[in-house]
Design a protein around this ligand. Structure first.
Ligand code: PHE
Length: 465
């Protein structure tokens, strides 16, 4: 296998951990997890999501990191060179290309939502949260999403922020940014959970998140009381497991390629997954008690976090400062994620010597910005049925395509590649796990369990199983 020299490396294992956690923890945890949990009806959805994290997410993350670190190259070249080394077709590089495409779709709508968070930093600063209730908070959010100008402005600002960091390169740009902010975000979330305990309907929120009632999630009942099984929550839970851990598109793979050899892949993976899950559950525990206490609808959709939390900020002592800090940290969490969404494509374009990092990130960011305009307009000018497909707006379609189709599909190919193309010995050496038993277990999951699980969920979603 040809070693590549272009590659830069993280300064330490800790730097890798922070960057990978920065990639994983983002809008997926704080914005998307609560809102889709609300849409799909609570506890049973959460349980399925947790099972997907453990059974598919963790093994796939290990596979991605090992592929990246072994090849020391961007995902496309990593697939190509390792396929070649095993005497297989370079067409495997297509999996990397699909990941670059997925990243471009994700970035387009991600930047719009991160733009909401940016806008809310200034809303908080201006004192707009003071004395909000369910209705006025909804109106404040509606005024933002109803304005194409404001959405496009903040979308543009966020995209520029992302491009600016990616253009400078991961080492100089990113490491420093994340080091300080992740722990601060955790502290703030803990504070919000505490507030929800004191002022919200905590028990109800807790039960909503953790009481498993499959019929509420997987049965769709009409007015006549007739119920049918729906597979969509299953696909959404699996898709979100990929999304929240940044899997299936090469983001973690490319970060893995910058990882020092001596660091433990399995150990790092488990820690990242735990941190990511913790943040999501804490966000849920902060938000649902407030949702219930203020008469909001858990299934209200993408605005859930932006409507519920400002009510708390408007009522708690020191809430203005806490509100500013919270949305600022949310922006940083989103930023450290969006950077990683772009990295596979930028690494690929620049490592092949055709483009500088700066040019590559401008081009990719520009394209995602264009597609993101459609996502922004989905909340106002293009919200009507005329602009929908299968009852979904462009925003919903982008999210669905990326999270529920492209990421799991990419994940499927990754499991097949590591389970059936790369020789067992190669993976064993790279993972260097202490226990052969544990390695055997992981290998079994990557070879059989995870791919079968992904295929089953896909077949289920299209009504075959
Ligand atoms: N994991 C990020 C989040 O939860 C989103 C992401 C998806 C980042 C895919 C990189 C790749 O917000």
């Amino acid at each position: 296998m040809t070693e590549r020299v272009i590659h830069n490396q993280w300064s330490s294992r800790l730097a890798f951990m922070l960057a990978a956690t920065g990639s994983a923890v983002g809008l997926g945890n704080i914005w998307k997890f609560p809102y889709i949990t609300g849409e799909y009806g609570g506890g049973a959805f959460v349980l399925v999501y947790l099972v997907c994290i453990a059974l598919i997410g963790i093994p796939v993350m290990m596979a991605e990191i090992l592929l990246g670190r072994r090849a020391r190259a961007n995902p496309i070249d990593a697939f190509r060179s390792q396929a070649e080394a095993e005497g297989r077709s370079r067409a495997w590089g297509g999996v990397g290309l699909m990941g670059v495409f997925a990243g471009f779709v994700i970035l387009s709508f991600y930047s719009v939502v991160a733009g909401w968070a940016l806008a809310y930093v200034f809303e908080a600063l201006s004192g707009a949260f003071d004395g909000l209730d369910g209705e006025t908070s909804g109106a404040l959010f509606g005024a933002l999403t109803g304005s194409p100008q404001r959405l496009l402005f903040w979308h543009t600002v966020f995209m520029l922020l992302t491009v600016a960091v990616v253009a400078r390169g991961v080492r100089s740009g990113l490491e420093r940014l994340v080091t300080l902010l992740m722990p601060l975000l955790l502290v703030l979330l803990a504070l919000l959970v505490g507030y929800a305990m004191a002022a919200g309907e905590f028990a109800r929120g807790f039960h909503y998140l953790f009481d498993v009632d499959f019929s509420r999630v997987f049965l769709q009942c009409g007015d006549d009381g007739a119920c049918t099984f729906t597979a969509e929550p299953l696909l959404a839970a699996m898709g979100h497991a990929f999304f929240t851990l940044s899997l299936g598109m090469g983001a973690i793979m490319v970060y893995g390629s910058y990882m020092p050899r001596e660091a433990s892949i399995a150990g790092s993976t488990v820690m990242i997954a735990i941190a990511d899950t913790l943040v999501a559950l804490m966000a849920g525990l902060a938000i649902f008690p407030l949702v219930f206490a203020n008469g909001l609808e858990p299934g209200a959709g993408p605005g859930l976090v932006f409507v519920s939390l400002p009510i708390a900020f408007g009522a708690m002592p020191g809430g203005q400062l806490v509100g500013v800090l919270f949305f600022l940290l949310l922006v940083f969490a989103a930023w450290s994620s969006s950077i990683s969404v772009m990295e596979p494509g930028v690494a690929w374009l620049s490592e092949n010597g055709h483009l500088s990092r700066g040019r590559a990130s401008l081009i990719l960011g520009g394209l995602a910005w264009l597609l993101g305009i459609g996502a922004a307009l989905s909340f106002n000018l293009w919200s009507g049925e005329d602009y929908q497909l299968f009852g979904k707006t462009l925003f919903d379609l982008e999210d669905f395509l990326a999270s529920n189709v492209l990421l799991p599909l990419g994940g499927l190919f990754i499991t097949l590649f590591v389970g059936w193309v790369v020789r067992r010995r190669g993976s064993e050496d790279e993972l260097a796990m202490h226990s052969p038993r544990l390695f055997g277990l992981w290998y079994f999951v990557i070879r059989y369990v995870a791919p079968a699980g992904i295929v089953l969920v896909f077949l289920n979603a299209i009504g075959v199983v």
